[in-house]
Design a protein around this ligand. Structure first.
Ligand code: BES
Ligand code: ZN
Length: 612
């Protein structure tokens, strides 16, 4: 029983626990929300950002839609300190926090009065809130001011906002965020483009969105326009490089619109976060959150922007109803990303990306449990993070590509345009999608073999690319003894893209000797590469070969950025030998305080830290 409750309410709840009716057998996976009874229509956040205490403190005002007779609201919370819950008239409402449930947090049950459609929750997040990373000035790029950013997907919104934390519920939102002087706040909403002296910023998101798209970043940010409806936010020293790298953004938006209909979110901006951001990108509406590790200086990694932009349709407009339907978000988005890349950079270029994707998928399928290779996932009782494998993304992509190749682009594109139009601002299950497809797409193929069965069906499209075939051939010749200088001259590697190098390195086996490493390094300067994707692939070889000259780079790479996609394979590779594991633990001890919770959770597991 909560001792902060007024006495009369404590007394009442002795007789009737609000939670007693809420069986823990939930109808929604990963959420205690009961949206059929009561759903949040609009959220207003009024929060103060306090870097001293590392808390977001204030209130969440929820406007509700109620089914007649429904008298309870169940919210997801995880580590929130709840101060009070009141109705529209300011009167206290009965409330109770349930027992913590593994990784899901605690349900907050609120007793609703017979009438009234508003609830105000006064609360504060804790320093340990998993969505939020509080960075000291030293942890930022410019090292002058503190920085904060959130990552709500998949089920972390509840660690900073009491909400119905399920993608099945959509709400509009507004916010008033108070930050220290010198800092700018931005959200997944209408955004300021420069600082004001008050430190108070107001936001509106007029289109209804699911909770996992709630996002906030606060820091010493500059804004620079890219085009009429796009721009970039970054720390001062990053902004120029960011603007240069994202030069093709407007072309991507136009290409996307031409493919699958109008962009429905007004502006499209991108913010480059400090390097600890655990993902490549996050499709927060109106404001993609991005890792600075794609700032390669040659625009070779901008498919990530195409991907996050594509989510403005697949995911943000038509949303997976549960995390078991994650492929509806990510598979469609990888497909759409490919189409944008093809439209802007041409088929040959896009096919290189598709080929790398296919190779990665084949690799990963071998490592996964069969059930985890169905498109329709079963994540009940598990962390939805477990679903973030190549299956949803890349098996999803090849399923859609197979369908496209079957029916032809004309019919396929019309179908997808209709789908996004028909289900805009709605949530979608795998079953409803398949049913819609059965009705609207004239295709005679076993779709269920892709969705409800393991592995990769035989009709998976093949991807032929002359460019990457050459890179693989070059790798083969090198392994057979040809000197790197000769490879360079014969294959004109000075013209190679990042993707050629990725394929070359991935086609070089996993048994390179120290001498082979040294000879490659002498000609191609891999250790000195400033490209994060090439560095990652090279460092895997460095670890396997025990190539000493690469070890310092390994350390700076692991401490200098926190993108889980790069950290995970490198720590895993290190952990394969006793000596490597020692190195991993030494580096991790130093790097861990700089990583976001999403990344530490994964790496802790790999290195067996904190496990009971
Ligand atoms: N929405 C995802 C990121 C995500 C998924 C966060 C699930 C938390 C849970 C985002 O769009 C994404 O897919 N990012 C990728 C990059 C993309 C180019 C494949 C990433 O960060 O690696
Ligand atoms: Zn994505």
């Amino acid at each position: 029983m909560n001792t902060l409750l007024p006495r009369s309410i404590q007394f009442a709840s002795l007789f009737l626990s609000l939670l007693s009716m809420n069986t823990f057998a939930q109808s929604l996976p990963h959420s205690c929300a009961r949206p059929d009874d009561v759903s949040i229509r609009h959220l207003h956040l009024d929060l103060k950002v306090d870097f001293e205490t590392q808390r977001l403190a204030g209130s969440a005002t929820l406007a509700l839609t109620r089914r007649p007779g429904a008298d309870r609201l169940y919210l997801d919370t995880n580590g929130l300190d709840i101060e009070s819950v009141t109705g529209a008239d300011g009167a206290d409402l009965t409330w109770e926090l349930g027992e913590p449930q593994q990784m899901l947090g605690r349900p907050l049950a609120i007793g609703l009065p017979p009438a009234g459609d508003q609830v105000v929750v006064k609360y504060a997040s804790r320093p340990s809130a998993e969505a939020v990373q509080w960075l000291t000035p030293e942890q930022t790029t410019d090292k002058k001011y503190p920085f904060l950013f959130t990552q709500s997907q998949a089920i972390l919104a509840r660690t900073w906002v009491p909400c119905q934390d399920t993608p099945a519920v959509r709400m509009t939102y507004s916010a008033k965020i108070t930050v220290p002087p010198h800092l700018l706040a931005v959200m997944s909403a209408s955004n300021p483009q420069k600082k004001n002296v008050t430190g108070v910023y107001e936001f509106q998101m007029r289109q209804p969105i699911p909770s996992y798209l709630l996002a906030l970043a606060v820091g010493d940010l500059r804004f620079h326009q890219l085009g009429p409806r796009s721009g970039v936010y970054a720390e001062p020293s990053v902004i120029e490089k960011a603007v240069w790298e994202l030069q093709d953004t407007e072309r991507m938006i136009s290409a996307a619109e031409e493919l699958y209909g109008p962009y429905r979110w007004d502006r499209y901006d991108v913010i480059f976060l400090p390097s600890s951001f655990p993902f490549g990108g996050m499709e927060n509406p109106r404001l993609t959150f991005a890792t600075p590790t794609i700032l390669a200086g040659d625009r070779s990694l901008v498919s990530l922007i195409a991907h996050e932009l594509a989510h403005s349709w697949s995911g943000n407009l038509v949303t997976n109803a549960t995390w078991n339907d994650f492929w509806l978000n990510e598979g469609f988005t990888v497909y759409f990303e490919q189409r944008i890349m093809e439209a802007v950079y041409g088929r040959d270029y896009a096919e290189m990306l598709a080929r790398l994707t296919l190779d990665g998928l084949l690799d990963e399928i071998k490592q996964l449990d069969g059930r985890d290779t169905w498109l329709k996932l079963d994540l009940a009782g598990r962390n939805p993070d477990d679903g973030m494998t190549a299956i949803a993304y890349d098996k999803g992509y090849f399923f859609l590509r197979m369908l496209e190749e079957r029916v032809g682009r004309q019919q396929w594109d019309a179908f997808l345009r209709g789908y996004f139009e028909q289900f805009a601002f709605r949530s979608m299950t795998t079953e409803a999608f398949l049913e819609y497809m059965d009705e609207h797409l004239d295709v005679d193929v076993d779709t269920r073999a892709w969705v409800y069965a393991p592995g990769l069906p035989d009709n998976c499209p093949a991807v032929e690319t002359v460019e990457l075939a050459n890179a693989a051939k070059a790798a083969g010749e090198f392994l057979a003894g040809t000197l790197p200088a000769k490879i360079r001259d014969e294959y004109h590697t000075d013209k190679w893209t990042t993707h050629h190098w990725n394929h070359f390195l991935r086609s070089s086996g996993d048994g390179l000797t120290v001498d082979q490493m040294a000879s490659l390094d002498a000609v191609f300067n891999f250790t000195a590469s400033g490209n994060s994707e090439i560095t990652h692939d090279w460092l895997l070889h460095v670890i396997r070969a025990g190539y000493e000259p690469g070890m310092r780079k390994l350390e700076t790479f692991l401490t200098g950025q926190g993108r889980r996609k790069f950290l995970k394979p490198l720590y895993e590779e290190l952990a394969k030998t006793a000596a490597g594991k020692e190195v991993a633990l030494r580096i991790y001890r130093q790097a861990r305080p700089g990583y976001h919770a999403v990344s530490t959770q994964t790496i802790d597991e790999i290195l067996g830290i904190g496990q009971e």
